[in-house]
Design a protein around this ligand. Structure first.
Ligand SMILES: Cc1cc2nc3c(=O)[nH]c(=O)nc-3n(C[C@H](O)[C@H](O)[C@H](O)COP(=O)(O)OP(=O)(O)OC[C@H]3O[C@@H](n4cnc5c(N)ncnc54)[C@H](O)[C@@H]3O)c2cc1C
Length: 319
């Protein structure tokens, strides 16, 4: 199989993923006049954000869809090629990488891996509608401010929801931990901290969640008691989308999140990573910052390939 449009071409960079990380890289790489391509599966977490109020520069807030659209337009203005597709395989070669995208084979000196994570969601009819209306939320760092003073539930298991609960306690005193069946595993210290903070722990599982107007109803399985919330935070965890590059032997943590150095280089030469797929804080601004760092290092790495302009010669926008 060959890239039919450019049979022997080797890109400076293949960007895998077109969320805030991949699109920031696209803006930088296009303005660096690099030969690159963004392949995006179209499943950005940012697509689910009804309105972000913590992303700097948008005092009235910005919806995730709008932010992605603006970023795509900005990247394309400088000649970026952003294509819908799924990369199904990545291999290391002597001169870089070979990637399979449906019927095509792409070759690239470097890869910027920005595939993000996928949230594990509670079962709920019209989940997207519930997220859009702020009835289901995922990230207290992003939007606990908007849940101030509300009746808030947190669905989780194991020890996951403890940090979320203690963070949310600064915004509401009506806070309940719920499980859908998998038990909590709190240490004695966790239990004490939660009790001292006045967080209610409901260990009898909830067997059904239902949207009722502007609130969420939760029924306890054994007692049948109805619990009502203005917002439920899902702390059911995330699947890191790093399977594609793990066969390359890349260093990652137990959850599959990639380890990078200060230039966003992974342990595999030429493979960079940015955004939620990297260990650390899952936020738009972090994804953007990491992508800017990675794109700049990629440009420095492949810079020798760009012709130096003669005096008076005009640069073409993209090579
Ligand atoms: C409901 C919700 C609200 C949030 N609110 C905020 C907020 O207010 N502020 C904030 O900072 N953050 C917020 N976040 C987090 C924010 O959305 C993420 O931190 C951000 O989207 C991460 O960007 P990313 O580019 O790393 O990954 P993503 O945005 O998830 O993009 C990854 C892209 O890679 C693509 N991809 C994956 N695998 C492949 C493949 N094999 N081939 C091709 N493409 C592939 C996916 O389809 C996707 O388009 C929120 C998240 C959620 C779910």
């Amino acid at each position: 199989m060959r890239d039919k449009t450019h049979p022997e071409r080797t890109l400076d960079c293949l960007v895998i993923g077109g969320g805030p990380a991949g699109l920031t890289a696209a803006i930088y790489l296009a303005r660096f006049r690099r030969d690159f391509l963004v392949i995006d599966g179209g499943e950005s977490r940012a697509d689910w954000i009804p309105m972000s109020h913590n992303h700097a520069g948008f005092p009235e807030g910005i919806a995730g869809i709008e932010l992605l659209d603006r970023m795509r337009r900005q990247a394309r203005r400088y000649g970026a090629r952003i294509e819908r597709g799924t990369v199904s395989r990545v291999e290391k070669t002597d001169h870089g990488f070979r990637a399979i995208v449906e019927e095509r084979v792409l070759r690239a000196q470097t890869i910027l891996f920005a595939t993000g994570v996928e949230d594990r969601e509670p079962e709920l009819p019209d989940l997207r509608g519930a997220i859009r209306r702020g009835l289901i939320r995922h990230c207290p760092i992003c939007d606990a401010y908007e849940a101030m003073g509300q009746r808030v539930g947190i669905i989780g298991y194991g020890a996951c929801p403890v940090r979320e609960a203690l963070l949310l306690r600064a915004y509401t005193d009506d806070l309940t931990l719920l499980t859908l069946g998998r038990p909590f595993e709190f240490s004695d210290d966790d239990r004490r901290a939660l009790a001292e903070a006045g967080v209610r722990m409901v260990e009898d599982p909830v067997d059904e969640l239902e949207v009722d107007g502007d609130r969420i109803d939760a029924w306890r399985m054994r007692s049948g008691e109805l619990l009502q919330f203005d917002t439920i935070y899902s702390a059911l965890g995330r699947q890191v989308r790093s399977n594609l590059v793990r066969p390359l032997g890349v260093k990652c943590d137990a959850d599959g999140a990639l380890a990078t150095d200060a230039h966003q280089r992974t342990s595999v030469d030429g493979l960079y990573a940015a955004g939620d797929v990297v260990q650390g804080l899952a936020q738009i601004s972090v994804a953007m910052g990491q992508a800017a760092v990675a794109a700049t290092d990629i440009n420095n790495r492949v810079r020798a390939a760009l012709p130096v302009l003669a005096p008076g010669e005009e640069a073409s926008p993209a090579r």
